[in-house]
Design a protein around this ligand. Sequence first.
Ligand code: NAI
Length: 481
Amino acid sequence: MVKICCIGAGYVGGPTMAVMALKCPEIEVAVVDISEPRINAWNSDKLPIYEPGLEDVVKQCRGKNLFFSTDVEKHVFESDIVFVSVNTPTKTQGLGAGKAADLTYWESAARMIADVSKSSKIVVEKSTVPVRTAEAIEKILTHNSKGIDFQILSNPEFLAEGTAIKDLYNPDRVLIGGRDNAAGQKAIEALRDVYAHWVPVERIICTNLWSAELSKLAANAFLAQRISSVNAMSALCEATGADVTQVAHAVGTDTRIGPKFLNASVGFGGSCFQKDILNLIYICECNGLPDAANYWKQVIKVNDYQKIRFANRVVSSMFNTVSGKKIAILGFAFKKDTGDTRETPAIDVCNRLVADKAKLSIYDPQVVEEQIKRDLSMARFDWDHPVPLQQFKAEGISEQVSVVSDAYEATKDAHGLCVLTEWDEFKSLDYKTIFDSMQKPAFVFDGRNVIDAVKLREIGFIVYSIGKPLDSWLKDMPSVA
Ligand code: NAI
């Protein structure tokens, strides 16, 4: 029986391995992690991450051919294929701080694999890593190998949170990079055989190691660039009376461009886009390509501009002050159908409003109070480190921020409400009841274009929808980013 072990039971390791176990019943899959609470949660009825369809997959395989364990060394020792899916955050200190990937977790996993292995193994990079990381990993493994053969493959993951199970069942492609020699090709074949259980072979792309590593960074940079492009356009739409949805539709019907990923919003978030672009920028700079680096920097700058622009719009619309005013925040996760808040635009928007002395009442269907308060007190770039290593802002935020359990409580007596995540339930709220319970004039700032602005204006709200023609009230109060 082939045995697979995955180091890192996170948003990628957990769902990816659960689907692999489901589709390959004759393979034993162990997902291991140093975090005991995380593994305990994977073994309980309340999984550590929220992802539609995940619970069902886990329940079908757990205890049969899918196991979650903290006994990292035992499972690595027993495996033929070891996936490494640990976190690779942005470095916060030292050389490359704020840009380069921090490979501490990856390196310690590689050293441990070398230490405990007594048989040949295929080691698979699942984490997103800088191009040529495999070379460094190879060196660590071979210099500590005691004669054991390790083959390194790059197999970056393209799943999107919120649709992870659907993406894993039916991926656009699976990418496998390996060494261009007989042993490397044999390792590629072994991994291709695993995926071929459920992925059509023509969708399994095999490349050299460096192309696979760089393709993942490139794919995320292209995706984020589309969002920043449409967001930059949204600012111009507001200034000119054009409607960003109409513009995006007209642009997206060109088959060379395509319609997906053209929704204007308050900004992109998630653990990957910013981190991977920063990483790409750093690699460009290290390779003496400052112009290429500056091009990608602009994608992040526009994203920051969009978040600040949104928060400024809130303040300027409400007579240039939100001091002491209650503002409801609907949605905190970086997108719908996930509880993940890493790099969510809500953090920057909320911090900006808190700095202007607003009182925030926050509701998100999947994010708990502890997480929201932690996010709002954390220094930038620190979200992906283990909790004990995170540095918190000294001043408390508790008096200005409350977290509540439904949208009606959040909006009661509020001066304004901001939609920051596109949760479906925000489309069907009883906005008449909400309007009646709010201070007047009552403002809605829709950062995701999910609410029916026409209906809300009829009720009496002053509405701001990102990239849409402005209410006359808002025209008189321009926001400057
Ligand atoms: P995560 O933070 O949810 O999970 C990583 C896990 O690795 C943590 O539970 C941590 O305790 C564990 N870990 C760290 N060092 C360890 C060690 N030495 N031994 C055992 N366990 C260890 O991270 P996530 O989101 O799953 O991301 C993992 C990688 O996949 C990152 O490189 C990320 O860029 C990439 N990725 C993430 C996607 C996402 O949507 N979250 C999508 C595609 C790629």
